[in-house]
Write a protein that binds this ligand. Sequence first.
Ligand code: SF4
Length: 278
Amino acid sequence: MSTALMTCQPAHERHGSAWSYVSPSRLGCWLRCPLAFKFRYIDGIRSPTTPSLFVGKMCHSGLEAFYRHRQLGIALDAEDVAKRMIDGWDETVTEEGMRFETESDEMKAKLKVVDLVAAYLAHVPEDEPRPLAVEATMEAPLIDPFTGEDLGISLLGIVDLVLDEQQGPVIADFKTTARGGTPAEITHEIQLSSYAYLFRQLDGRKEAGLEIRSLIKAKTPRIEFHHYDARSDTHFKRLFGVIREYLDALDSGRFNFRPGWGCSMCDHRDTHCRRWCG
Ligand code: SF4
């Protein structure tokens, strides 16, 4: 895979961080609630890192260490990976401004991370192919594949893993989740289509498929791999339809609230959102 990142010159005047690039997480946030997106990406109001997010971040760091070594032909075992995660724990706590309520909560989180990653390593086949890319920042200009129009902004995503499988490249994303079961494909569609677009732009090949690899935070951690087909023209038409609407919202500065199920988990519910009046 090319390591050079493709960037673009904005076609028209945009300024500020929200206009610097489009990403699957920004699109996902805006789709869930435009007002919550505004608080986060326009007003720069950061939500505190929760223990659950922190566990996910640490699991990602362990899997990144494991696969970066695999790229070099070095096999780390679960103990090696656990040591690396624990060694980097305090630094990440500081970087993220993470606050555990008690020492016991922090210890439980450490054990959870170690157990989840050990379960993952026990699950992957020993002959899993070497990765083509690990925790790779991919950036490419957004050019509508159907009209050739350059949207004047780039798409940026951080792809957890690309494996050189026999049938072709497979793009995988790690998720730490409370429950198992096959996730509805549509809930991950924007992310999967974005990663496929980036991979094709940078590598020149079509992906053979995509995977969500779930690390399930059950009492006894479980691992599930969910496979999805290569993206179709329909997926890319839908993705670009969403991106165009998103860019229109940025340009018009209209970010309405979208009350719904997500409000129960929103940090702005009783503060900024309550004061907002359109
Ligand atoms: S509380 Fe609900 S409507 Fe308000 S910003 Fe959060 S998600 Fe949006």
